[in-house]
Design a binder for this molecule. Structure first.
Ligand code: HEM
Length: 277
């Protein structure tokens, strides 16, 4: 009887652990590709905005941003300066937080970087609302509402991630920290999605490039937050599931998303970031 049970259980367990391995590998592959893309984004921010700020050459900021640096608008200029500084900090800090070796070797560094990351999430969320609704930014109201959803989720998820870290519920903290990472990278996903779309169509489709409005951009500004959160949820559920097929399916979806992310990174690097430097 026991031999029979072992004979039927062993292949099932073996299949489950192979599927779990495939899922873990797919998740790691996505993260490595995304990390490379975010390092390129961080390098772009530092090289374009950081270097020109060090030279006192604020005019360069206006080559990319319609309202970058305006003579006399002290509050607005400080707001965009802080926004870009925090953007660089969270891009680098977010990557450092997710590297297991750093967490294990230097837990104090993880805690301090985490505090800085969460404080920056608040700074970016509130600051960007000022930049968008008060100072004025490109895009229409539908896009502003999509970005506001991103900012609200940024603050809400940061609070939940912090609470779970304080109560030492590390499994839940990990989940919410990963959600925070996804939402924080919403604007980065937007750039990837836009350039991927342009690479596919070879021209603006579904939006007007001059006014930067249109149904595709409205869709993209909501998708930048909701699609990565949905993909992460799929990953969590597949991790918890004891059905091998679910793990395989999630691994396959994440493998496809890894290729899509890589395509978006190539597009954004070649079409957006490199030409501006
Ligand atoms: C709710 C979230 C956010 C909103 C609503 C937002 C909004 C804005 C606005 C209004 C500008 C100025 C654009 C202009 O004047 O033309 C801007 C610029 C910029 N933001 Fe954000 N932002 C958000 C989050 C982030 C995050 C998390 C990052 C990076 C991690 C980031 C990176 C940048 C960069 C690099 C620019 C300069 C434009 C460029 O070179 O692409 N933003 N953002």
């Amino acid at each position: 009887m026991s031999t029979l049970t072992e004979a039927t259980l062993l292949p099932r367990n073996a299949n489950l652990s192979t599927a779990a391995n495939a899922l873990a590998r797919a998740g790691q592959s996505w993260f490595i590709v995304a990390a490379a893309g975010q390092l390129i984004f961080a390098w772009y921010m530092a090289a374009l905005y950081g270097m020109s700020a060090l030279r006192g050459d604020w005019a360069t900021w206006n080559k990319v941003m319609p309202r970058g640096w305006n003579e006399g608008d002290t509050v607005g200029n400080v707001a965009i300066f802080v926004h870009l500084l925090l953007a660089l900090i969270v891009t680098l800090a977010g990557l450092a937080q997710l590297v297991p070796a750093i967490r294990r070797a230097a837990p104090r560094v993880h805690r301090w970087t985490g505090r800085i990351y969460i404080a920056s999430a608040f700074g970016i969320a509130f600051g960007s609302m000022y930049l968008m609704w008060v100072r004025g930014a490109v895009g229409d109201v539908s896009q502003h509402i999509g970005s506001t959803l991103n900012a609200i989720l940024l603050v809400a998820i940061a609070v939940v991630a912090l609470r779970h870290a304080r109560s030492r519920d590390l499994a839940l903290h990990r989940q919410w920290a990963l959600r925070l990472f996804m939402v924080m990278n919403g604007v980065w996903f937007f750039r990837l999605g836009l350039l991927l779309w342009l690479m596919i169509h070879q021209q603006p489709v579904g939006f007007d490039a001059k006014t930067f409005t249109g149904p595709f951009l409205t869709f993209l500004v909501f998708a930048q937050t909701l699609v990565p959160l949905a993909a992460l949820e799929l990953y969590f559920r597949a991790q918890r599931s004891d059905v091998a097929r679910r793990k395989w399916m999630a691994a396959a979806v994440i493998a496809v998303l890894t290729v899509v992310t890589a395509g978006g990174i190539v597009g954004a690097t070649m079409g957006l970031w490199l030409p501006r430097l």
